[in-house]
Each structure stands twice: as C-alpha cells, then as structure tokens.
Design a protein around this ligand. Structure first.
Ligand code: FMN
Length: 156
C-alpha cells in the first residue's frame, strides 16, 4: 500500500493513481481552509478541506479515514464528517472536515491526502450540542477501532 511520491506532485494524478496503489481504498486531495471555528468549542477541532476535485469524494456521512499532511510522509488516523452540518442552520454548503487523531496543529493552507477507509454513520441533525458531542466522541472511538484493524497507507 504505497504511493509514488512523484504522483503526489499532481493532485489529479493522486486521485487517479490512489485506488490502485492503496489496495482499493479511495482517496482524494485538498487544501485546508477556514471553518466556523466551532470545532474547538465542541472538543473536536477539525481541519476543513476544500477538495481539489468532487470526483473522489464519498457521499455525506461520517467516516474513518487516514490523512497525510504534505509534504510530510506521516499518515494519521482521522474521523471525517461530510455534509452541511444540519445541527446548525448557518452552513449552506457541503463541508468536508477531518478530526485528526493524536495531532494538535494548525493546518490552515496545508495540502492533504485523505484515504476513505469506512463509513461509520449518516450525517444527522441533533437537537442539542451535547448529543452532537456524544455522538462525535463515539464516532472517534469506533473510527480508531476500525483503523486498528486495517493497514495504514504509506507514502514512499
Ligand atoms: C466525527 C464527526 C462527526 C460529525 N457529525 C455531525 C453530524 O452528524 N451532524 C452535524 O450537524 N455535524 C456533525 N459534525 C460536524 C460538526 O458540526 C462540526 O465539526 C462543528 O460544527 C465545527 O465546525 P467548524 O469547524 O466549521 O466550526 C461532525 C464532526 C465530526 C468531527
């Protein structure tokens, strides 16, 4: 499960090449942009990713995934949320957000590769913030457990 470093120089090539070299795990690339800044308050600070292409993106939902922050070769486990955050009324567009496990860093402007490992649940509208927080914590626990059972993708 390795990715050719030259392919990483070109996001279109990564999208095209990744399924073959990661044993079927779909991937996409994007750049970290600003969110609404609520993630930190909720206890799960996320990096909002502006994907380079819509093509490789999975449908709305919560996913276990892997993330590499370029140009580093380190690959982190993460939990991803895709959708318009229906718990809040002020998010008009579809957001792609990754909560990266075991990493506290400002990734604004960085380019990332995301490998989509497993769907955990659909996106939901919660009636309280506590419900959203409890579900997010459970998602992260399930995501960690799922990723432990899978091989971690590598950047050569
Ligand atoms: C693992 C995870 C699961 C999430 N699930 C939902 C969800 O079901 N419904 C929802 O409205 N938002 C969900 N979110 C998104 C949060 O609402 C969002 O991260 C938070 O509002 C912070 O957004 P901001 O960075 O734009 O401020 C989820 C986020 C994460 C990390």
């Amino acid at each position: 499960m390795q990715i050719d470093e030259h392919a990483l120089a070109d996001s279109a090539m990564v999208t095209a090449a990744a399924p073959g070299v990661t044993g079927g795990v779909p991937s996409f690339t994007g750049r970290v942009v600003g969110g609404n800044g609520r993630g930190r308050l909720l206890g799960f600070p996320t990096a909002n990713v502006a994907p380079h292409e819509e093509a490789g993106l999975p449908p709305d939902g919560v996913y276990a995934c892997w993330v590499a922050i370029q140009p580093s070769r380190d690959v982190f486990g993460a939990t991803m949320s895709i959708g318009n955050n229906p718990t809040f009324d002020d998010v008009a567009e579809r957001r792609v957000e990754v909560f990266i496990h075991d990493l506290a860093a400002d990734l604004y402007g960085r380019r990332v590769v995301v490998w989509v490992a497993q769907l955990l649940r659909p996106m939901r509208r919660f009636s309280t913030l506590d419900e959203l927080i409890d579900h997010t914590a459970a998602d992260v626990r399930r995501s960690r457990a799922a990723l432990q059972r899978m091989p971690r993708p590598e950047i050569e």
